[in-house]
Design a protein around this ligand. Structure first.
Ligand code: ADP
Length: 430
């Protein structure tokens, strides 16, 4: 500004320096006229710069269009540099916002930014899918008008965000979300939506498992306790005592079998990948046949069909336990006089060990659940034949660890076929 004043004074002095001689040598008003013309010229120059500035401020462009003379040039230069810095800062901030949005989009959790009135300021695509929102259309709208599930509305309205909300969304009945609301920047709220379906299922499985184990052990324990009480209170003769003790031994065997199967299951679940031993299938099948004959005690005819080719690669104890379970089940569930066939076949695609029986067969509705822990078609029959309900769960786990599949085919009144299918990578010497 000072340079503008100095310049105005200089111009006025120049006008005066020309006007004074003119006034002295001609007439005084000629001098005044020259002085006034000088001042008007000065005003015109200022006016020209003002209008240039006026035009520029309406549409500031960072180019060389804002140029002036003298002190105006300094002012325009400063303005120009200021505008340039401002633009650089804005561009940098826009870039940061873009990156932050991209980072939020990359999150696997849903994120919704809300204002104090629960209006949506921003949400990522995960949250759009989870809650059925559409950012373009729903921005600025209250989330309570868009997600109307009563427990969600109650949670946001209660304003107590110390615990997350567990929500089973109406639009995806099989999913479970944990919704956390985190207040930030004073009155705003950040909503984080975590999909906890998997963890919830695991938790449910664990609860069911504990309930099942307790139930399975409680029954023989109750029977044992009953016998003990009777023996303590009543005088028994020798024959009766022996009968009671035999029944107590049955119950204790039963508990032992359950605990043994549970330990087997837990050890294969936590074990490292199985070994790669070559398991001689000819002698394994021979052993399975002999065990089956011993268990059957002549009540069934037991046949073996093998193409004599190929052995298996894997953990020998695990494979024996899995395949023996299938054979034992066939003997236990097939009524006397039935036929049980063990077969072993290899092909370029892999190998199959199967046990076919002429037992009672299994209704199709039970088949998908047979490998669940403690699942039985007929609880009484399983228990009477010494079953724990864990056999096929152990089979499935052991086979999975060998990349093999359990295939079950059965027809009521005709019989069942349980087949373990191994991939070619698990077959040796074929
Ligand atoms: P369990 O110890 O009760 O035999 P498993 O897990 O071995 O438990 O088998 C689960 C259920 O599958 C059994 O209770 C039985 O109902 C059915 N099952 C298994 N094998 C056969 C079979 N060969 N024939 C008929 N039912 C079978």
């Amino acid at each position: 500004m000072t340079s503008l004043v100095i310049r105005a004074v200089i111009l006025a002095a120049v006008a005066a320096a020309i006007a004074i001689p003119v006034g002295l040598f001609s007439r005084p008003w000629h001098g005044w006229a020259v002085f006034c013309v000088g001042l008007v010229l000065q005003q015109l120059i200022h006016f020209r710069h003002f209008s240039r500035l006026d035009r520029w401020t309406r549409k500031p462009v960072v180019d060389a269009s804002l140029e002036g003379e003298g002190a105006w040039d300094d002012i325009f230069g400063r303005l120009y540099r200021h505008e340039k810095e401002l633009r650089a800062q804005i561009e940098q901030r826009e870039q940061t916002i873009k990156l932050l949005r991209a980072a939020t989009q990359a999150l696997t959790d849903g994120v919704v930014m809300l204002d104090l009135q629960n209006n949506i300021m921003f949400c990522n695509t995960t949250a759009e899918t989870q809650l059925g929102l559409k950012l373009d259309a729903d921005q600025g709208q209250s989330i309570l008008n868009l997600v109307r599930q009563p427990e969600f509305v109650a949670y946001l309205e209660a304003l107590d965000f110390s615990r997350p909300l567990t929500l089973r969304p109406e639009r995806y009945k099989d999913r479970v979300y944990a919704i956390h609301v985190i207040p930030y920047a004073g009155s705003r709220r950040l909503m984080q939506i975590k999909d906890i379906t998997q963890a919830d299922r695991l938790d449910q499985t664990r609860r069911d498992f504990v309930a099942n184990v307790s139930h399975e052990l409680r029954t023989p324990l109750t029977v044992l306790a009953g016998f003990l009480e009777t023996m303590q209170e009543i005088e028994l003769d020798d024959a009766e005592r022996r009968r009671y003790l035999a029944m107590m031994a049955d119950q204790s065997d039963r508990m032992q079998s359950i605990v043994q199967d549970l330990l087997t299951l837990s050890s294969i679940e936590s074990a490292p990948p199985p070994d790669n031993d070559v398991v001689d299938m000819a002698s394994l099948i021979d052993k399975l046949r002999r065990d089956a004959e011993a268990l059957s005690a002549g009540r069934h005819s037991i046949l073996v069909e093998t193409d004599g080719n190929g052995d298996l690669r894997g953990s020998e104890p695990e494979l024996i336990s899995a395949l023996a379970n299938l054979v034992t089940n066939a003997v236990r569930y097939t009524p006397p006089g039935g036929k049980i066939t063990l077969s072993w076949k290899t092909s370029p695609q892999g190998a199959e060990f199967a046990v076919q029986d002429t037992g009672p067969g299994i209704d199709a509705k039970h088949i998908p659940r047979l490998t669940e822990r403690f699942y039985r078609v007929d609880r009484g029959r399983s228990r009477d034949s010494g079953g724990t309900g864990l056999g096929l769960a152990i089979v499935k786990h052991s086979l999975n660890r060998h990349q093999a599949q359990l295939d079950i085919k059965s027809e009521l009144g005709v019989g069942s076929r349980f087949a373990a299918r191994f991939p070619a990578s698990r077959v040796a010497n074929s």
